[in-house]
Ligand binder design. Sequence first.
Ligand code: SF4
Ligand code: SF4
Length: 379
Amino acid sequence: MVLIERLNYLGGNVSRFNNYFPKLCPPACGLEINYSRIRSNPRISYHTGASVESICGSDGDFRVKISVEPRLINNNCTSCGLCAEVCPEERPQKLGRKAGEKAAYINNGLAFPMKYCIDPLVCKREACGKCLEVCDYDAIQLNASPAEVELQVGKIIVATGWILYDAARIENYRYQEEPDVVTNLEFERMLAACTREKTKLTRPSDGKTPRRIAFVQCAGSRDVNHLPYCSAVCCSTSLKHALTLESEYPDIHAEIFYIDMRLSGRNEKLLKQAEGKERIALTKGKVGRIVQGEGEANLVLEVEDISKGFRREDAFDMVVLAMGLTPNHVAAGLKVNKYGFYLPEQRAGIIPAASCKRPMDVSSAVKDATACALKAMQR
Ligand code: SF4
Ligand code: SF4
């Protein structure tokens, strides 16, 4: 079995989560055992930084051409971190990215493979070369070039996953104008960075601790102007975030504004846990727009509180948009539904798995991927 991964580490979005439902486990719970299985099974190999160039052949006899971007650091790397210590170049700051991350970096504490890599867009290569001087393992290859690999396989499982809907397209939520309006994925990575580095959660705009954080549900989802479908995981995600704040940040109040709480299976428990918590408010009402207010809590939400029957304007320090999910497409030529998700039935031998077919949570994605692997094993 060969895993082809576009990023330079396995584990996708989940490996960068703070925790995941229903049990609010850290991502290590589940991922580590799978990494260990991959490491110890000689029949599993993987390519990171890889993308599919072409697929030809048919069920039972496919030939897949992939192009593999170099990591600029080879497998000799022991992840000692000396290259990052001496590297003078920093990667651009992003929410949830470690401040001051260098051109030579490792993705996260759970990175698999646990090897450093070099950001080719930031590295000065021969004009610098400081990392070459400190690496004792001959691991750095600043001149490595992309490689082409051809694989011969019987079946192809497509598991390209999801990406967030573009928050900038919902203009009334001012994502582009206000640094303290963040997406739920950015917030997840901020929480993960706080856990990893044992730091406090702060507002992007001024580094102060937020006191009141609003969660705006259905940001993009269930909206004919954006995504007409329910994204299935955003209600559970906001409840999870509110519960994390409640247990770890005693000075922060969270309020979730929702149309309906849509939860399935064991995720129902999250609602039960959140109800009645003093520092979590659940308000039924769709946020119309976010405007700039005055003072420290300067993000004013205009919302109709449906259960109380009046229009509210309330100020918050930070706003988290519970963004809808869209399919992450990297495989061309497959059949999609009207929203762009892959149809389960494709030409023989090609099997789409998990959240590239519809939005789903981690636990459902694992079950679906297992079913797809079993299907691929049928002759
Ligand atoms: S590339 Fe070399 S210096 Fe950098 S972490 Fe790996 S072994 Fe250490
Ligand atoms: S060559 Fe690139 S990765 Fe190495 S120290 Fe210089 S900037 Fe950093």
